[in-house]
Each structure stands twice: as C-alpha cells, then as structure tokens.
Write a protein that binds this ligand. Structure first.
Ligand code: ZN
Length: 167
C-alpha cells in the first residue's frame, strides 16, 4: 500500500544521502554525528515522519556535537516543520506540541547545566519552563572517610503538554 509518509520519508533520506541504520520501535530517534545512518522509526504516520525529518535535519544541518545542542534541537524541529510544509502535510496538534515540548526540554537541560543566556530563538520556550527544588548530594572523601552533604538544587522542568522524548 502506498503510504504518503513513507514516500516522503524515502525522498528526504535520498536527498541527503542518508538511510535508517536502526529502525526504532519506539517514537524516538537519534542522529549519530558520524556516518550516513540515522536511528528512527519507519515513517508511517505524521508522528514518525516528524521524528525522521528531525533526525535528517540534524545531519543536513551538519550538527556534530559542536555548538549549543539546545539550539540544534530547535533547528532540527524547524527543518521538520519545513518538510511538512513542503510536502503539503498538515501538522497534527499532537505533533506540534511534541516538538515544542522537545525544544523546551533541551532548553531546560542547557539551563540546568549552567547556560546563562537563553539564545534568542529559544526565548519563547522559556515560558514553558518552571523551576523546581530537588535534593542533590555531594560525597566528600577526607582521610579515607566519606561524608555526604545534601543540598537543595534549583532546576528547570518543562510543564507543558508533551509526547515522547526524542534526542
Ligand atoms: Zn534532536
């Protein structure tokens, strides 16, 4: 049976000289920095096509671990959105929410890792975050004796509606 998501997905892969190296059963993907293979579910629905297009985006945009990964996640989602437009596919609300959630998640991670300034393109997503206190601990060894010190850590979490996490 002809599936429009499959034909568009195949076209996209071919255009960028890529293939699916690992077929994911779950709704998540990954784009290794090296090689021409990506990990993605087969594009059979709007959701799985969005994941495939996102991972193709990472490769097409040359994301290789250098630069801010939260910005790369944003760019890969923009690339995926462009593919929906280009093939004339409507984007279901669920897919859009999942993309927004994914970008906000990347921003939260970056802030939790100490990023000070929110990049301009990510500023609208800051409102999807709130801060939460959690317990952290630090183990110190002195004279062969380990002591644990507990302290409160303020971290960012995403509060908005979402789907499954993708890398
Ligand atoms: Zn990604």
């Amino acid at each position: 049976m002809d599936n429009k998501w499959e034909s568009a997905g195949n076209q996209l892969l071919a255009e960028h000289g890529l293939h699916i190296a690992t077929i994911r059963k779950s709704m998540s993907g990954f784009a290794p920095w090296k090689g021409n293979g990506i990990c993605s579910p087969l594009p059979k629905t709007a959701k799985s096509f969005a994941i495939l297009a996102h991972e193709v985006g990472h490769k097409a945009l040359g994301h290789n671990g250098k630069g801010k990964s939260c910005v790369h996640e944003f760019e890969a989602e923009q690339f995926a959105i462009q593919q929906f437009k280009r093939f004339g596919f409507a984007m279901p609300r669920e897919v859009k929410l999942r993309m927004n959630w994914h970008i906000a998640y990347g921003l939260a991670q970056a802030l939790n890792r100490g990023m000070k300034d929110v990049p301009k393109e990510l500023r609208p997503y800051k409102k999807m975050l709130r801060t939460q206190w959690s317990m952290g601990s630090l183990v110190q060894a002195k004279n062969g004796i380990e002591t644990a010190r507990c302290y409160n850590v303020r971290r960012y979490v995403v509060t908005a509606e979402h789907g499954t996490y993708v890398e």
